[in-house]
Design a protein around this ligand. Structure first.
Ligand code: RIB
Length: 293
């Protein structure tokens, strides 16, 4: 069983389903409202655990009802929560999601996720040092991503940086990451002066650009490779990227080759979109393997 540690956000997703996305100044009638656990960090931790990894989550929640629910949900999914702490006087992070017209739009209010500081990660570094692989995203402060990258480099633990949501990324994070997994929009933030093909060439087998339903693209040292995605009937694409990252990290830590790891990740991500909620459709190991074969 590989050991995966996730540093990142733990949030509650407040999800409205609506036939139509409102324009500025417009009010529309939605058809349902649900609260489900989310946050890119927690999603990746849950996905990795369902895929059979031994997972530590490093994160913060508010000292509110959502915080308790988020921690309970992580535990229920087999994620170790020794380093998930409720923070006094802060609200849990929330993601305000509209599902409409076949896609989602999301506003994240980081809340307690901003308390995942370098000092906080330092206090949890035992979980990083013992890991086979570490995953991080960008719903915590930028200095935390940099600090984690430094810690991983020092400990010799490979780091997967999922630079989502998009923001400029410190050069040292790019250099120290074992893998970078932006989508095309996030890639433009990472490499503002490079065209996509130039960036791919500069970071062979490290820069893995996800292209949604198309698949994932990287440069193998000789040419660009597109590992195609799988066609499914999508119900809710929220959390597909998180499932992809977690599955890729698990497969890479198990020693699978790059292309095989990406195929595994694409398969897991494609299954995740077939049910409602970021974590609702995240598959088990058995489900992914059955579909791959
Ligand atoms: O990646 C999906 C996640 O992003 C959602 O669960 C939501 O919490 C947002 O942060």
């Amino acid at each position: 069983m590989v050991k995966v540690t996730v540093v990142g956000s733990c949030s509650m997703d407040l999800v409205v389903t609506s036939p139509k996305r409102p324009q500025a100044g417009e009010t529309v009638l939605g058809s349902s409202f649900k609260t489900v656990p989310g946050g890119k960090g927690a999603n990746q931790a849950v996905a990795a655990s369902r895929l059979g990894a031994d997972v530590f989550m490093i994160g913060c929640v508010g000292s509110d009802h959502y915080g308790k629910e988020i921690i309970d949900n992580l535990r229920k999914n087999g994620v170790k929560t020794d380093y998930v702490k409720p923070v006094a006087d802060l609200e849990s992070g929330t993601a305000h999601i509209v599902l409409a017209e076949g896609d989602n739009s999301i506003i994240v209010v980081k809340g307690a996720n901003d308390a995942v500081t370098p000092a906080y990660v330092e206090g949890a570094k035992a979980a990083i040092e013992q890991a086979d692989i570490v995953l991080i995203q960008q719903e915590t402060p930028e200095e935390t991503v940099l600090y984690t990258a430094d810690l991983c480099a020092k400990a010799g633990v490979p780091l997967v940086v999922n630079p989502a949501p998009a923001r400029p990324v410190h050069e040292r994070i790019i250099e120290q990451a074992a893998y970078l997994t932006p989508n095309e929009h996030e890639a433009a933030y990472l490499f503002p002066t490079l065209r996509q093909e130039e960036a791919l060439k500069k970071y062979p087998e490290k820069l893995l650009i996800t292209e949604g339903a198309q698949g994932v693209r990287y440069y193998d040292g000789n040419q660009e490779v597109l590992v195609p995605s799988y066609r499914v009937e999508a119900v809710d694409t929220t959390g597909a990227g998180d499932t992809f990252n977690a599955a890729f990290a698990v497969a890479a830590a198990e020693g699978k080759g790059l292309e095989e790891s990406l195929r595994f990740a694409n398969r897991a991500a494609s299954l995740s979109v077939t049910k409602f909620g970021a974590q609702g459709g995240m598959p088990s190991r058995k489900e992914v393997e059955e579909h791959l074969s």
